[in-house]
Design a binder for this molecule. Structure first.
Ligand code: UDP
Length: 236
């Protein structure tokens, strides 16, 4: 059973039905799922990394711009999602702290590894924002990096209505085959879309397990917290 988990939430979890912006309703729904699962397993330590694809993606939205500037804008955008999630979590009765890799001292703590671990030990959810703090990376890499730093047992890659890793896109190909388990090497060799290459190779190198699962399938997070197999498990 996992003791400390890192939950990667892409920006789309906070978006409206078109996949854009921040929807308070969607954010509340997300927070309630986290709150309910947390309640189900005493002592579970939850850290989250939030993305910003609902607001800004450097490479996609910043075409024609200086690439590093566009990426910094993406990192700043993750802070808006983190604050929205924190707000929704507190309305769901969950105490949390936002720690950002891009300093913003009026609204969030700076990322301090030991302090983050202390919050987790005290039962607070820690939301890591600002990505890695560096352009040319993604929040998948930030999730892997933070998971390794805080000694998380696993990276839980939350998906929206996709219940694991398939050999092709199940939304386009009804014949797509789901994998129950995979090795990191297989993910890299088959170029399966789990996370970007930088992130998956870091997981492979450090033997960090990953679970890809459907966040919105009721009870999935509880099952994972209870040590049950859900989605696709990737390990060495
Ligand atoms: N970003 C970055 N460095 C990081 C993490 C994120 O430059 O370490 C930028 C990058 O422009 C990225 C954007 O922030 O496109 C939003 O993050 P991401 O695309 O990973 O969000 P998600 O797809 O998870 O919502």
């Amino acid at each position: 059973m996992y003791k400390r988990i890192l939950l990667k939430l892409s920006g789309e979890f906070l978006a409206d039905t078109n996949g854009f912006g921040i929807s308070p309703e969607a954010t509340s729904e997300l927070a309630l799922i986290i709150a309910k699962a947390r309640e189900s397993r005493s002592g579970i330590e939850i850290a989250c990394v939030v993305g910003a694809g609902n607001l800004w993606r450097g490479a996609r939205n910043g075409r024609g711009m200086d690439a590093a500037t566009a990426d910094y804008m993406g990192m700043i955008a993750t802070n808006m999602n983190a604050l929205a999630l924190q707000d929704a979590l507190s309305r769901a009765g969950v105490d949390s702290r936002v720690q950002t890799a891009i300093q913003m001292q009026q609204v969030a703590e700076p990322y301090i590894r030991r302090r983050a671990m202390r919050h987790l030990e005290k039962g607070r959810v820690v939301i890591f924002s600002g990505g890695t703090g560096n352009p040319f990376f993604t929040t998948d890499t930030a999730a892997t990096l933070r998971a390794l730093e805080i000694g998380a047992d696993v990276v839980l890659m939350a998906k929206n209505k996709v219940d694991g890793v398939y050999d092709s896109d199940p939304r386009k190909n009804p014949e797509a085959k789901k994998f129950d388990s995979l090795s990191h090497t297989e993910v890299v060799e088959k170029r399966l879309e789990v996370m970007d290459m930088t992130a998956i190779t870091l997981c492979m190198e450090k033997k960090l397990p990953i679970v890809v699962f459907d966040m919105y399938q009721s009870g999935n997070l509880e099952k994972l917290f209870a040590g049950e197999r859900v989605g696709t498990l990737i390990q060495s």
